[in-house]
Design a protein around this ligand. Sequence first.
Ligand SMILES: C[S@@+](CC[C@H](N)C(=O)[O-])C[C@H]1O[C@@H](n2cnc3c(N)ncnc32)[C@H](O)[C@@H]1O
Length: 279
Amino acid sequence: MATSVPGTSGAGSPWMGDERTDWVPPNIDATKPSSARIYDYFLGGKDNYAIDRAAAEEMLKSAPDARKTARSNRAFLVKAVQLMTQAGIEQFIDLGTGIPTSPNVHEVAAETYPEARVVYVDIDPIVTSHARALLATLPTVVSVQQDLRQPAAILQDPAVRSLIDFSRPVGLLLVGVLHFVSFDVGTGMVRTYLNALAPGSHLALSAASREGMAPEAVRRMEEVGATLASGAFMRSMAQVEELFEGLDLVEPGITEVSRWRSDGTPGRLRILAGVGVKR
Ligand SMILES: C[S@@+](CC[C@H](N)C(=O)[O-])C[C@H]1O[C@@H](n2cnc3c(N)ncnc32)[C@H](O)[C@@H]1O
């Protein structure tokens, strides 16, 4: 895999110190905004292009505190993995990984289980390029470039099957990604993943929500989302609850992400988050 992508240090990197360039590797489409790169921009990363920054700035007009929301979402991911390792889970499938941002799932899990196994799945080649460069020396972590809306392909992927023992509980992460999956596909897709997992498996999920947002702000978010290849789908509380159907929700249930085991204040862009356990 190519390693000379934005933000990669070392020879061939387009980054010289903190200087930003818009050099584009051949396998990357920089003519359309990418959700991975917009999120990276919100988190203060450098792996984004002018088109991503323009889309991000457009979103900031409706939700000026979207960066804070992105950080709350990342904090939820970390807390969810910690909860899962405390429950004895040593293997994870992280769907919609994003550009590596420390601490990553394998780093959090390794605090409890140094041999924890993690499969990272993302559709964006910039994510897999980075992940593979970063993880090349770790035998317990793999990065798969795949569309998470194809659960059968992911569940049958030889790399996934070689790392994950499906007879034991798995931590399934769908964090900050369901808003790129249409309403008609999302619920059935989550069900297909859960059906393949052993009892005791945990689902951590967060998704952008229209709940508590001004209709005008929702409209503008969806407008920017429509410029992404995936589109954007902001769910109601009832639609998020449906994704957890049949699971036992851990405390505090489904909440705005800044309030999940935290006393943060919800931002203008709302994200609902929860963790459920398969019986
Ligand atoms: C907002 S980032 C979330 C990253 C990380 N999960 C987190 O919460 O910090 C969403 C990621 O989902 C990926 N993504 C969007 N649609 C996808 C799809 N259909 N299949 C796989 N990955 C997808 C994007 O490329 C991006 O990296």
